[in-house]
Design a protein around this ligand. Structure first.
Ligand code: HEC
Ligand code: HEC
Length: 349
């Protein structure tokens, strides 16, 4: 073996080489630490679930809720379930510009993902549902969704399945008559509260520095520095406030909407709520095109560019847009196995 490398000169060269390598590495490591610190303060990692005092999550409720999530026989045409419009395998959104309900009825808006949705200030683009439970219950009689004439009609169908009677009883043991629309909503809500998708971004925040690529980290920095986090904050990267869509210019100019949607004005009738929408959760956003409340934009690059232009009044450079998009890909998480496995629905026996 040749040990000449360990002569005095060789040792110096090696020491120099190590120093040269270590300095930038040290600088990168420090950069990573600083970025983790900043991102943790404004965004932060996803929790393990999204609990709520009014609807404690239990294994019995999750089991029942998952079955009900896939159940089409409680819709007016027997063909609509939550899963139809929020398929788990497509990250809880349907990929359509606007969803299609019972008897092919068109919905007025694009459907957001059902993943990581339960901890928002409200549900729906205009915040007209107070919680995932409220959302699930009202979907049953919603004209463009299940389209059922009444909650009683839903309850009657559910009660006709022995297995549902048993499962509702197990999930709501202290209720005299457990098969109700309210308990449907609680069971589905409990399931939704487990629909969490930890992503490379969360691994990065918890210290796995190579969980995100160099470009993704740069994009995260840009996302913070450019002010996206002024509206898209919290571990959900959104869902915590309402804002006007089109702070600097009318959104219609950029989204080519086929119809003007007045947003939250429809709920509050306050003039200041015209064109105001809930800031959407950006978890898994790369997996759920098309974008915006009207599904009018197909590419994430375009959605990001439009955001810069009309929410921040800035022309983001091509590189900045690409870096941010790259970061948004680091928000694509893993669907938990307990959520992705499909249930067997009760038979009429
Ligand atoms: C016909 C398609 C359709 C069906 C069926 C449907 N949804 Fe939706 N869902 C939508 C659309 C469209 C929206 C957006 C509505 C809006 O904002 O005006 C939405 C919004 C939501 C939201 C709000 C997400 C957010 O970020 O604001 C949740 C949660 C949700 N649905 C869960 C469910 C559950 C649970 C069921 C079954 C009980 C269900 N949906 C049935 C189409 C559907
Ligand atoms: C002033 C608040 C605000 C700022 C700043 C902001 N956004 Fe948004 N963002 C919103 C609102 C509100 C919407 C919903 C628009 C609508 O009605 O469709 C939205 C929607 C989006 C969407 C579409 C999500 C979907 O599922 O359809 C993306 C992507 C997005 N923002 C990324 C960004 C990026 C990247 C930045 C920074 C360059 C940014 N946003 C800055 C408020 C903001």
């Amino acid at each position: 073996m040749n040990f000449t490398v360990f002569n005095k000169k060789g040792l110096w060269s090696i020491t120099l080489l190590i120093l040269l390598l270590a300095i930038p590495y040290g600088a990168f490591a420090a950069d990573d630490e600083a970025l983790i610190k900043r991102a943790s303060q404004i965004l932060g990692p996803l929790p393990a679930s999204m609990p709520a005092d009014q609807n404690p999550i239990t294994p019995e409720k999750i089991k029942l809720g998952k079955m009900l999530y896939y159940e089409p026989r409680i819709s007016v045409d027997g063909a609509v379930s939550c899963s139809k419009c929020h398929p788990v395998a497509l990250y809880g959104a349907d990929g359509l510009k606007k969803s299609v309900g019972h008897n092919c009825k068109g919905n007025p808006r694009n459907d957001p993902s059902v993943f990581n949705a339960a901890s928002q200030i409200s549900e729906h683009w205009i915040g007209n549902r107070t919680s995932v439970e409220d959302q699930a219950k009202q979907a049953l009689i919603g004209p463009p969704a299940f389209g059922m004439p009444s909650y009683e009609a839903v309850e009657k169908i559910l009660r006709s399945y022995k297995e549902y009677e048993t499962l509702f009883k197990a999930a709501f043991p202290s209720d005299k008559e457990p098969v109700t629309a309210d308990n449907f909503a609680k069971a589905v809500g409990a399931f939704e509260r487990t629909m969490i998708t930890p992503a490379p971004f969360d691994a990065f925040l918890s210290g796995t520095k190579d969980a995100m690529t160099v470009q993704q980290k740069r994009g995260l920095g840009t996302f913070i520095d450019q002010g996206c986090v002024g509206c898209h904050f919290s571990p959900y990267v959104g869902g915590q406030m309402y804002q006007k869509f089109g702070m600097f210019e009318p959104y219609q100019k950029y989204t080519k909407s086929d119809k003007v949607d007045e947003g939250r004005y429809a709920v509050t009738k306050n003039e200041s709520d015209r064109f105001v929408f809930k800031v959407p959760v950006l978890r898994n956003v790369a997996m759920t095109p098309p974008y915006f409340h009207d599904g009018s934009v197909d590419r994430l690059e375009d959605a990001v560019r439009i955001m810069g232009k009309i929410q921040l009044g800035r022309d983001l450079t091509k590189e900045q847009v690409q870096d941010i998009v790259s970061f948004l890909h680091a928000l694509t998480g893993k669907i938990p196995e307990e959520v992705s496995t499909v249930p067997v629905l009760p038979s009429t026996e």
